[in-house]
Design a protein around this ligand. Structure first.
Ligand SMILES: *[C@@H]1O[C@H](CO)[C@@H](O)[C@H](O)[C@H]1NC(C)=O
Ligand SMILES: *[C@@H]1O[C@H](CO)[C@@H](O)[C@H](O)[C@H]1NC(C)=O
Ligand SMILES: *[C@@H]1O[C@H](CO)[C@@H](O)[C@H](O)[C@H]1NC(C)=O
Ligand SMILES: *[C@@H]1O[C@H](CO)[C@@H](O)[C@H](O)[C@H]1NC(C)=O
Ligand SMILES: *[C@@H]1O[C@H](CO)[C@@H](O)[C@H](O)[C@H]1NC(C)=O
Ligand SMILES: *[C@@H]1O[C@H](CO)[C@@H](O)[C@H](O)[C@H]1NC(C)=O
Ligand SMILES: *[C@@H]1O[C@H](CO)[C@@H](O)[C@H](O)[C@H]1NC(C)=O
Ligand SMILES: *[C@@H]1O[C@H](CO)[C@@H](O)[C@H](O)[C@H]1NC(C)=O
Ligand SMILES: *[C@@H]1O[C@H](CO)[C@@H](O)[C@H](O)[C@H]1NC(C)=O
Ligand SMILES: *[C@@H]1O[C@H](CO)[C@@H](O)[C@H](O)[C@H]1NC(C)=O
Length: 686
């Protein structure tokens, strides 16, 4: 029995002991500070510990699994520092906190899960000096959460959170009117923008006061100077002095050094001038690539560029340089077939255009604002008369490496007083009796032509600078008398050879004659027609510029009646319009390009025209290849076999327009009863 009782009490003792061991929380008092740490959250144990230490001045409840501020802190009578780091607290409960508001000076809540600091949550902490909330998931500090009620607040640590924007009212704490340094640390957040809803001004700071706003390692890409000026709002020397002892740290942000940052960079340079060695000015550009790592104050003013999308032709890159009030347009893709009609507006424009498909230099309205024009490495063979007046207003013009054989003669009457440089080399200038004037013009204006000595003759005194060639070398080929003599006296064999040669090269000769003398139209086939149109042009809308500017004007010169997309009847299905075009034109002219090959409509047009040509032998199909390199994978089916077995014309060939003309018959319109095929095929109505 006794044994039994002893055993039982032993068990009870053991049980008690194990209860002690199982206590979740340790509660340690060291002088004035109380440390609580729970392996497992236990509301009751924390309360007991606090109740036994109500006079503690520093209370640490860390790594204790708290999900909210424990209500039992209300028993503390003189706590000045409360550290609740490394818990899972999501909300700052203002009612709980208010119970210690009479004494609390430092609130530390690092490594918790607070996502919003709410308006009013700190209002009762009238003696609060510091709030430390780094490593939470703060997305927002509500307006007024920090306000004038926090009478002594001067250190706010909110680094390593998720804030995207910051309001400067955070600086509006009463301390800013006393002799103190107010720190707001929002480094390592996601801040890209700032607001100033309470109208904070530097001038609100009293003399000898300072603030420090730590915005390091955020997502600031640009600084809106309006905003910056709003806060600095420097009116007096005192303001300036105040700013000098305050600081905003925006280092380690992905700043984009473009036109938006330019006004700010201007101020940066201005302030840095007064405080050269301040590390706060060491922020760098992250973009563009060419400026990455450059300190903003080191970036030359002319590098703050922005790309301009509005009105920028798709084949070009347009940039604005604010410091120079300059628009730069660079078009260096060969898809460009003419000088763009519209580019971004600007007071001063520079244009660089290089495309092997641009063949003429003609005027554009915006040229009046272009100071520098570079059209080198195009295929410009002629300068339109209407372009010439631009020589009077532009500063530099570069037409090197083109196909110019001469300049328009009327350039002699152009006043070049405003032109500083004209570059002309790399063109196949013809030096003959017709271009002697060019030599004297070049000589006269040599001071404007830096590459004068590289402007060479390509015929006559070939390879010589035009200005150095002797006048006597500028001759025109007369009729080759010796050839005539040879034919006259060389007998029949020579004549036969000659005729044979003409026969072999008849096409080239015809093309040459048509191209150069627009004579010998008689060589072309003549066809009587009673169709309403001569040519239906089938092309991709992407080649519109080429067709409208080059093809149509050239065909119209020869009085063809063209059916283009302009003749489409609005409201009628596009298939019907196409069929109507093909049916009512003698020839279908296909402008073949990769864009054409990619378009289902275009392929449809080709197929219809092909069928038509097969059915009606008299009908005509001509393929004009616009591009140097057609994408072979796109050429399929009928088109592939057509191109294999039929002739086509390439725009890259010499005198292709004449070649095309030769391929087109001369049309003689028959006036009489119409025998055209029905305009629309019935199948399409079924
Ligand atoms: C506790 O306070 C005493 C006297 O105030 C001091 O000497 C001692 O260093 C303190 N101990 C700790 C751990 O702060
Ligand atoms: C706290 O004080 C109570 C008595 O008020 C006592 O029973 C308890 O053991 C004490 N607890 C600690 C952890 O000191
Ligand atoms: C607290 O935040 C951490 C990290 O953000 C997260 O892993 C954890 O699940 C959150 N805990 C609670 C209780 O919300
Ligand atoms: C913050 O709360 C106070 C008191 O409830 C209120 O007067 C004030 O308008 C609130 N501020 C904002 C910005 O909501
Ligand atoms: C801001 O917080 C970061 C990280 O916690 C720290 O490195 C930095 O020194 C703080 N800055 C200021 C001014 O307190
Ligand atoms: C910054 O925020 C203001 C106000 O919310 C807004 O008007 C402005 O467009 C924002 N700026 C940027 C760059 O996001
Ligand atoms: C801050 O300064 C501005 C002008 O400098 C003034 O209008 C405003 O009332 C001031 N605000 C405070 C809270 O002092
Ligand atoms: C900005 O534009 C100017 C003028 O076109 C040019 O000289 C400069 O290289 C450009 N800078 C950058 C960084 O793009
Ligand atoms: C040319 O510059 C003037 C201002 O000098 C401007 O008003 C006009 O819009 C500009 N034109 C173009 C086409 O950029
Ligand atoms: C040269 O430039 C000046 C100033 O822009 C202008 O007034 C003058 O008309 C220009 N000269 C010619 C020939 O266009």
């Amino acid at each position: 029995m006794i044994l039994h009782i002893t055993l039982l009490s032993y068990v009870i003792v053991l049980f008690n002991f194990s209860l002690c061991l199982c206590a979740s929380c340790s509660c340690q008092r060291l002088n004035q500070s109380l440390h609580i740490e729970c392996r497992q959250f236990d509301q009751q144990e924390i309360r007991h510990c606090l109740e036994n230490n109500t006079d503690a001045i520093e209370v640490y409840i860390i790594k204790s699994g708290l999900t909210s501020i424990p209500p039992s802190i209300s028993v503390l009578t003189s706590v000045q520092l409360l550290d609740l780091s490394y818990n899972y607290i999501q909300e700052i409960d203002k009612y709980t906190l208010s119970s210690i508001g009479g004494t609390l000076q430092v609130l530390i809540m690092s490594y918790n899960n607070v996502s919003v600091l709410r308006n009013g949550s700190l209002d009762k902490l009238v003696h609060l000096k510091e709030i430390v909330m780094d490593h939470n998931c703060l997305e927002e500090i509500e307006l007024d959460a920090i306000n004038s009620k926090s009478g002594s607040l001067c250190n706010m640590q909110f680094s390593y959170n998720q804030m995207k924007s910051i309001d400067l009212s955070l600086l509006f704490v009463p301390k800013l009117y006393e002799q103190a340094r107010v720190t707001v640390n929002v480094s390592n957040n996601l801040i890209s923008n700032g607001t100033n809803n309470k109208g904070f001004r530097i001038s609100n700071i009293s003399l000898n006061n300072r603030f420090f706003l730590d915005l390091k390692v955020n997502k600031i890409e640009t600084v809106d100077v309006e905003y910056f000026l709003q806060i600095t709002h420097i009116e007096t020397l005192t303001d300036l002095y105040n700013l000098g002892s305050s600081g905003i740290d925006i280092r380690f942000n992905p700043l984009i050094c473009d036109c938006r940052l330019f006004p700010f960079s201007f101020y940066v340079n201005f302030f840095r001038f007064m405080d050269k060695y301040n590390y706060l000015f060491e922020f760098t550009c992250n973009d563009p690539q060419s400026l990455r790592g450059r300190r903003v104050f080191d970036v030359p003013v002319n590098d703050f560029n922005c790309s301009v999308q509005n009105d920028c032709p798709p084949q070009c890159l347009c940039t604005r340089t604010v410091s120079l009030d300059l628009i730069t347009v660079v078009c260096d893709k060969d898809v460009l077939v003419s000088i763009p009609y519209v580019i971004p507006k600007g007071r001063r424009i520079q244009m660089f255009l290089h495309s092997r498909n641009v063949r003429e230099l003609s005027d554009r309205p915006y040229f009046k604002n272009v100071t520098d024009l570079d059209v080198s490495s195009c295929s410009i063979a002629s300068i339109n008369e209407n372009f010439l007046h631009n020589f009077e207003t532009m500063k530099t013009i570069t037409i090197t490496d083109n196909s110019l054989t001469t300049l328009p003669k009327s350039i002699q009457t152009v006043n070049l007083e405003n032109l500083t440089s004209l570059y002309l080399h790399g063109n196949p200038y013809v030096c003959d009796c017709h271009s002697l004037w060019l030599k004297s013009w070049l000589k006269k204006n040599g001071n404007k032509i830096p590459d004068l000595e590289q402007v060479l003759c390509d015929t006559g005194p070939k390879g010589k600078p035009i200005v150095d060639a002797s006048d006597a070398d500028f001759v025109c080929d007369g009729i080759n008398i010796s050839l005539i003599l040879a034919i006259s006296f060389g007998g029949a064999s020579a004549l036969v050879l000659f005729v044979f040669a003409i026969y072999i090269f008849r096409e080239s000769i015809q093309v040459f004659l048509i191209a150069n003398y627009s004579c010998c139209q008689c060589l072309r086939r003549k066809v009587a027609t009673n169709l309403p149109f001569d040519i239906f042009i089938s092309y991709s809308s992407h080649d519109e510029i080429y067709v409208q500017e080059v093809l149509i004007p050239n065909l119209k010169k020869h009085e063809f009646r063209l059916f283009t997309q302009d003749n489409f009847i609005p409201g009628v299905p596009i298939t019907e319009n196409i069929l109507r075009g093909i049916d009512s034109s003698f020839t279908t002219l296909i402008v073949l390009s990769n864009r054409f090959l990619e378009s289902d409509w275009c392929k449809f047009e080709f197929q219809q025209a092909y069928d038509k040509a097969l059915k009606e032998r008299e009908r005509h199909l001509i393929v004009l290849i616009l591009e140097e390199k057609l994408d072979k994978t796109l050429i399929q089916g009928t088109l592939k076999s057509y191109l294999k077995t039929n002739n086509f014309i390439k725009t890259s060939e010499n005198r292709y327009l004449s070649r095309l003309l030769l391929a087109l018959p001369r049309m003689q319109v028959n006036i009489g009863p119409s025998e055209t095929t029905p305009l629309l095929r019935e199948i399409f109505f079924q």
